[in-house]
Write a protein that binds this ligand. Structure first.
Ligand code: AP5
Ligand code: ZN
Length: 222
């Protein structure tokens, strides 16, 4: 299966992609995570991207399209992928179309997580991750089972993204409305868009996505 998860910052794209990745044996590809890895490694792409990301703006289409193009060619994407954060502009959507067609693949669905923007600030400002293994948590909605200890690796250090503060979140929302929302009519014209309630509890959102996947003929492997 090849699907795209679309939604404003904090809509739950990463949360749902992590759940679906295990169930459907499809690779979760998050361009935000890929860019943060470039920043952490101090590569030329990372150096260019950091200031743009910290300001809540979009990194250039050229960089993203090249980055995704080489990622999709790797063997772990052959069984399918869950795209989280790409495409984010119409030129990126067009480039994805070409990349998939060139490798004989197609999109099964574009799943849009509809959310109330007011709630996003709370979601994002409460979010943190394990500094050792990257497992994601939320202060109120998804805290570690044992306070201060990572469920996955037992680590006791956590970190927060530099772009997860109220000012930058507002700018990320503007970028979503102005540059990313226009991809929806592009995909609606291909009958690929499914809008779901992203404000529902996490497991209900997962069920709604699984319903869409059944509807488009994608079954979870046994
Ligand atoms: P990116 O990393 O993609 O950030 P984003 O789109 O802003 O999305 P987030 O990761 O903030 O949110 P999410 O929807 O994944 O929510 P999550 O599941 O974590 O991009 C960062 C930056 O990189 C961009 O600003 C840009 O500069 C650059 N970039 C990346 N891709 C690019 C591209 N293609 N082109 C150009 N630039 C690009 O959930 C949020 C919180 O809410 C979590 O704590 C979670 O536990 C909680 N939560 C989730 N679901 C629920 C629920 N149903 N109920 C209650 N709580 C919930
Ligand atoms: Zn951990």
């Amino acid at each position: 299966m090849n699907i795209i998860l679309v939604g404003p910052p904090g809509a739950g794209k990463g949360t749902q992609a992590n759940i679906l990745e295990d169930r459907y044996h499809a690779k979760h590809i998050a361009t935000g995570d890929m860019l943060r890895a470039e920043v952490a490694a101090g590569t030329p792409i990372g150096l260019e991207a950091k200031a743009v990301m910290d300001a809540g703006q979009l990194v250039s289409d050229g960089i993203l399209i090249r980055m995704l193009g080489s990622r999709l060619g790797q063997p772990d994407c052959a069984h399918g992928m869950i795209l989280d954060g790409f495409p984010r502009t119409v030129p990126q959507a067009e480039a994805l179309n070409d990349l998939l067609a060139a490798s004989g693949r197609h999109l099964d669905a574009v799943i849009v997580l509809d959310v109330d923007e007011e709630a996003l600030v709370e979601r994002i400002s409460g979010r943190f991750a394990c500094a050792k293994c990257g497992a994601g948590y939320h202060r109120s909605f998804h805290p570690p089972t044992q306070n201060g200890i990572c469920d996955k690796c037992g680590g006791n250090e956590f970190s927060q993204r530099p772009d997860d503060n109220a000012d930058v979140v507002r700018r990320r929302l503007v970028a979503y409305r102005e540059q990313t929302a226009p991809i929806l009519p592009y995909y609606a014209g291909r009958n690929l868009v499914y809008k779901l309630d992203g404000m529902a509890p996490m497991d209900e959102v997962t069920k709604a996505i699984e319903n869409v996947l059944r509807q488009v003929g994608v079954a979870a492997p046994a």
